[in-house]
Design a protein around this ligand. Structure first.
Ligand SMILES: NC(=O)c1ccc[n+]([C@@H]2O[C@H](COP(=O)([O-])OP(=O)(O)OC[C@H]3O[C@@H](n4cnc5c(N)ncnc54)[C@H](OP(=O)(O)O)[C@@H]3O)[C@@H](O)[C@H]2O)c1
Length: 287
């Protein structure tokens, strides 16, 4: 069974499916997207991470949320066990002709987009709604007040923040109280700058969700950072990606990972990371 952990009121899998690669640029098509989500769910994955903004720049909006809804509708398993998280505050744009990510954290925009998210996900209330990224044009507390309104109105059951500093997490805690259950920040062997927020979440009782837990797939990464993980992987006879995920999960019982996948094979391999036990010596070596 895939490792389960507690996130706020939810019992869900510590390893979720990051939906983004299935619907942004260079995705492998609609059928492969459905196949990948079904494969993850069939293997026991009970958490899917999507966002209002997971579509191709200039294309149809909200294709990520639409894909998740369609995949769940055609899946024969227990849908009520699946935690679907989405995010608002980002939208797609172009800079110098290249696809980019823009932000609008105004309360009006967040409220409008969250209602659209609930509609396209086909739910009365979103399981977990994150504020996707701080908008430098808007005071952080104003954006979070919008999230609170969405919870109070029943558009979202629980709230989260993403790409947040310790100070921003504390502002969100103050405004949202117990409705704030998770922080989703970048964290991986090539990106450890958010360690302070991972530690802070443990202290204050919030879940910490690592995004791009394998270092992401779009930008060239410093491959040498993965060498120690490759060595440990060779000793266990598993992929180094499983070792990376197991190392992240060993950072605390409040930690979750949402590896992205373009195809069933990679998420099926990643889901096995919950079974991989790293020794104290191995964890010390990995840092
Ligand atoms: N909150 C935010 O601002 C934010 C930002 C970025 C991402 N995210 C979330 O985080 C999720 C994950 O991030 P990500 O997709 O950028 O990067 P990632 O999970 O670090 O890496 C994904 C890449 O790793 C490969 N992969 C995954 N599991 C593997 C395995 N077991 N063996 C070999 N290769 C494996 C995938 O290969 P294939 O392509 O071959 O399948 C894909 O290319 C996203 O889907 C999204 O939900 C959130």
């Amino acid at each position: 069974m895939v490792l389960h952990r507690t996130m706020g009121p939810y019992d869900t899998t510590a390893i979720g499916l990051g939906e983004m690669p299935l619907t942004i640029e260079n995705n492998l098509g609609h059928a492969k997207g459905i196949e990948t989500i079904h494969a993850a769910l069939d293997a026991g994955c009970r958490q899917i991470d999507t966002a209002w903004a997971y579509y191709c720049s200039g294309g149809e909006e909200q294709t990520g949320e639409k894909l998740v809804r369609e995949a769940l509708a055609s899946w024969k398993g227990p849908k009520d066990e699946v935690l679907v998280a989405t995010k608002v505050g980002h939208f797609r744009n172009f800079t110098d002709g290249k696809p980019t990510w823009d932000v609008d954290g105004s309360p009006e925009n967040l409220i409008k987009r969250a209602k659209q998210s609930a509609y396209e996900l086909g739910v009365d209330a979103i399981d977990l709604l994150y504020f996707h990224r701080p908008d430098p044009k808007i005071p952080y507390g104003d954006s979070i007040e919008a999230l609170k309104q969405l919870v109070d109105e029943g558009v979202a059951k629980e709230a989260g923040v993403s790409n947040a500093s310790v100070e921003q997490i504390d502002i969100a805690r103050e405004i949202l109280g117990d409705s704030l259950i998770a922080v989703q920040n970048q964290y991986s062997p090539i990106y450890r700058e958010t360690q302070d927020t991972l530690d802070h979440c443990a202290l204050v009782g919030l879940s910490f969700v690592c995004w791009s837990p394998l270092g992401g797939f779009r930008k060239p990464k410093d491959e040498s950072k993965f060498d120690p993980f490759r060595e440990v992987a060779a000793a266990h006879g598993v992929s180094y990606q499983q070792v990376v995920l197991a190392w992240e999960l060993a950072k605390g019982d409040h930690v979750f990972v949402i590896p992205g996948a373009h195809r069933p094979e990679t998420i099926l391999d990643s889901l096995k990371a919950g079974d991989l036990e790293l020794t104290p010596e191995e964890l010390a070596k990995l840092g």
